[in-house]
Design a protein around this ligand. Structure first.
Ligand SMILES: CCCCCCCC(=O)SCCNC(=O)CCNC(=O)[C@H](O)C(C)(C)COP(=O)(O)OP(=O)(O)OC[C@H]1O[C@@H](n2cnc3c(N)ncnc32)[C@H](O)[C@@H]1OP(=O)(O)O
Length: 218
């Protein structure tokens, strides 16, 4: 991480994470995709109680089987990482971009030549806030990650010190959304980023500004 500070009193220490090769990532991503379907089916199902009891036992058995070989921490992709800056790109279990994380939409990120970042994604009813609309906190999570990735892509990664959102119009569920972010300016250790979410008609639903501070590392 360029210019990262070290300190006797670090804000956090990066834990050792096991790096996975592409083939294993593919297999775990396929599993996570099915669990994502399971999550959604659980919310929408109208099956009778007897069947639910039986299915609950089956899911418990599957979970027990997976958990029998539990890692202390989620793995990462590639060669592993030692700094938070690299970690953002290799965090395959991120709740926003992680292919391995069943709660992630997941948002697949494009890194554009001008340094900005972009993603197209859809939110289903698992992310509902007001009836039929996206939860504002979920949109905030997506934007926090995206603006953070813009800071990272700029070579100035950091932790979110502030995140300000303006919810202009409701963000719909079940339709293609676009989110984009770029760095606005750098002031010392502080990287200021701007971003937004657009609906399928290209209208802005949320605007965001954030400030990222490069942390002290252990
Ligand atoms: C591994 C990658 C994960 C990616 C996840 C995606 C993004 C995230 O979710 S990050 C998680 C959420 N954020 C956090 O948990 C951060 C918690 N906060 C902290 O750790 C610290 O307060 C931190 C790192 C932001 C700043 O701490 P520290 O390094 O001690 O900075 P500090 O010396 O206090 O301040 C540095 C500068 O930033 C300014 N600053 C700090 N916080 C703020 C703030 N909230 N608002 C405005 N200015 C601030 C200070 O005034 C100072 O400015 P100047 O240099 O001009 O005097």
């Amino acid at each position: 991480m360029p210019g990262a500070r070290t300190s006797a009193h670090p804000i956090f220490t990066v834990q050792p994470r096991e790096p996975l090769d592409e083939r294993r990532v593919e297999h775990l991503s396929a599993l996570a995709a099915e669990v994502r379907r399971l999550n959604e089916a659980t919310v929408h199902t109208a099956l009778p109680e007897e069947e639910l009891t039986e299915l609950t036992a089956q899911v418990r058995a599957l979970t027990d089987r997976l958990d029998a070989a539990r890692r202390a921490f989620p793995p990462v992709s590639g060669d592993g990482y030692t700094t938070p800056g690299e970690g953002m790109l290799q965090q395959i279990a991120s709740p926003v971009t992680g292919e391995l994380n069943p709660i992630a939409p997941p948002c697949r990120i494009e890194f554009l030549e001008d340094g900005s970042v972009r993603t197209e994604f859809t939110l289903n009813f698992l992310y509902e806030g007001p009836p039929g609309l996206a939860h504002g906190g979920v949109s905030a999570m997506v934007l926090d990650q995206l603006l953070g990735l813009a800071a990272n892509n700029n070579g100035t990664p950091g932790l979110t010190a502030s995140l300000e959102l303006r919810y202009r119009r409701p963000t719909p569920l079940g339709q293609r959304l676009t989110a984009e972010a770029r760095i606005d300016r750098i002031e010392g250790r502080k990287a200021y980023a701007v971003g937004r979410i657009l609906n399928a008609e290209g209208k802005v639903t949320i605007e965001a500004t954030a400030m990222f501070v490069m942390p002290m590392l252990g």
